[in-house]
Design a protein around this ligand. Sequence first.
Ligand code: AMP
Length: 290
Amino acid sequence: MRIARTIAELSEMRREAILELLMDRPGRPIIGLVPTMGALHAGHASLMQRMNDECQVRIASIFVNPLQFGTGEDLDTYPRPIEADLDLCRSFDLDVVFVPGAAEIYPPAFATSVSVPTLAGMLEGAVRPGHFDGVATVVTKLLALAAPERAYFGEKDYQQLCIVRRLTADLGLHTSIVACPTVREADGLALSSRNAYLTPHQRGVAVRLHACLSAMAEEFARGQHDTQLLISHGASLLRGWEEDDFELDYLVVADPHTLAVRDTARRGDRVLIGAKLGTTRLIDNVELTS
Ligand code: AMP
């Protein structure tokens, strides 16, 4: 496994990995990319596993993207256990791990922003203005640099997934976006690098996010399609949390592509929740199936 710290190194290592493969086995290899911000856990590992199953040239990136953090957010404190992260990448025998510094991605003259305004201003974007423009910009650049046939994203960040799918289609990028299911702790809490911020007490509270979503999905499966009733059922499980410094930002049933909120829920719709527990942001979502 080789580590690229500059764009030039990434290009060179990507080219060499392709050439090495071609010597062994003629035929154009499939190139995969897993973009991450590091502090890797089993959720990231599931993306790498899927990439390994499907691609011959495997690239991951580890980059804490300053553009997607607002003022007062956790850019400075975001966990950066780089050695452990590289060990995890080595365990998947990746070809290249791209670990650029911020100046490599955003040199002083950098002036471009990618935006998907229809999807970026709602839900998580309403709470974190500018966040998804930062995400869209860095994902576009990473897709341009690694030029993968397939890029792997988690359903855990569902709004991000919708935005990445939209920009890839709109800009005609030659990358298929592969959505991977959310990996959870045994009690249902979605794995997240930010879970490390939670105190033991908050960890106990955080699991109720998933309990709320599961209860709504169960009600839907029992035949309740009125979203207001579904939402009040889910929200009733969150009541009384204010004393735990819990703040619900949104709980919606939405179209799985446009994220437009529904009056009447349909099979395949998505329930999305965003909340703050102390200073930690928590998000989760589930699909409504029957
Ligand atoms: P991040 O490092 O948080 O930017 O995440 C990098 C990628 O891993 C994104 O596509 C996330 O959606 C995905 N990811 C994060 N947590 C999980 C999880 N619990 N299950 C599946 N994918 C995840």
